[in-house]
Design a protein around this ligand. Structure first.
Ligand code: NAI
Ligand code: 15L
Length: 268
């Protein structure tokens, strides 16, 4: 039977706040967790991913986990290590101990951020391209994907790793015209990842049906995801406001855009 009770980690964050509104209509009962208090949700579990006892209690009895918690931008290695690397390990251990069978892991475009943006006519970027992180942050997402594979192979815990593009109410940069995952499409995608059968460890790209897409969405579609929105409706206004990024800038060159911030060292 499809999962009903879902633990949403990172519930106080940007995506978490959007999904708190958009997932319940699909029939989910959400249990919320964040290290920060979740506004308007007095029942939310306020706990750090470092707190193994709290995680074990938080995952007890849920059908699935949507794991959004963590540092969501570049930071120091030590902070990334604690929240994203050790934190994700702690959560999977809790899932194993409590018998939770499915996790949806919020990976990121920054796991493959140093891949060149395809130009019009080039093939879309496939999910099985080698990792190419652009930051310690992106590296932590590579770790999370490999951890997910290990927990499938060793313990039979299924994961869909969603390499999210840019999930915000609207695209706010030219790069985001390619990367945008509308909140409604994000909810559709999470619903697909929670209900598809036999996912083992599947990696999918998370973006909308963007005219300027860079990514191959076939693995997401195979789970039943049908994106509806297209960032193109925002393109004219956005480009008029921001202009196109210079051709030799990271924003015009790499999937990860401005996360690839070190121009003098680009050998490619
Ligand atoms: P966010 O930074 O707004 O939210 C992350 C939440 O995690 C925050 O509420 C924070 O308090 C919580 N958190 C951080 N460290 C924690 C810890 N040690 N223990 C418990 N909670 C902790 O990020 P956003 O934008 O909502 O992203 C959600 C997830 O999706 C993140 O994992 C991010 O890396 C990933 N993602 C988001 C993208 C986007 O476009 N918004 C793009 C790609 C990936
Ligand atoms: C991410 O991974 C970040 O969490 C998010 O804040 C955005 O910066 C997004 O990528 C992006 O690349 O636009």
């Amino acid at each position: 039977s499809p999962p009903r009770t879902v633990l949403l980690t990172g519930a106080a964050g940007g995506v978490g706040t959007l999904m708190r509104e958009l997932l319940p209509p699909y029939g989910y009962e959400l249990r919320l967790l964040d290290v920060a208090p979740v506004p308007g949700a007095p029942d939310a579990i306020v706990a750090d991913l470092a707190d193994r006892a709290a995680l074990r209690e938080a995952v007890r009895g849920v059908d699935a986990i949507v794991h959004l918690a963590g540092i969501s931008l570049e930071s120091t290695f030590d902070k990334i290590m604690a929240a994203n690397i050790a934190g994700t390990y702690n959560l999977y251990e809790a899932a194993r101990e409590e018998g939770v069978r499915r996790v949806v892991f919020a990976s990121s475009n920054h796991a493959v951020g140093f891949i060149r943006q395809p130009r019009p006519g080039d093939p879309l970027v496939p999910v099985d391209t080698p990792h190419r992180p652009d930051t310690f942050y992106g590296l932590s997402k590579c770790f999370g994907e490999d951890l997910a594979q290990l927990y499938w192979d060793l313990h039979g815990i299924e994961t869909v790793s969603v390499r999210i593009g840019s999930c915000f109410p609207e695209p706010t940069s030219v790069r985001m015209l390619s990367m945008w995952l509308s909140p409604a499409d994000c909810a559709r995608l999470l619903h697909a990842t929670l209900t598809a059968e036999d996912v083992a460890h599947t990696v999918v790209y998370g973006s909308s049906a963007n005219t300027r897409a860079w990514w191959d969405l076939s693995t997401a579609r195979a789970l039943g995801f049908e994106p509806v929105d297209d960032s193109e409706v925002h393109a004219e206004k956005l480009i008029a406001e921001k202009g196109l990024p210079p051709e030799d800038s990271a924003d015009a060159r790499y999937l990860g855009g401005h996360f690839c911030v070190d121009p003098p060292r680009w050998p490619h």
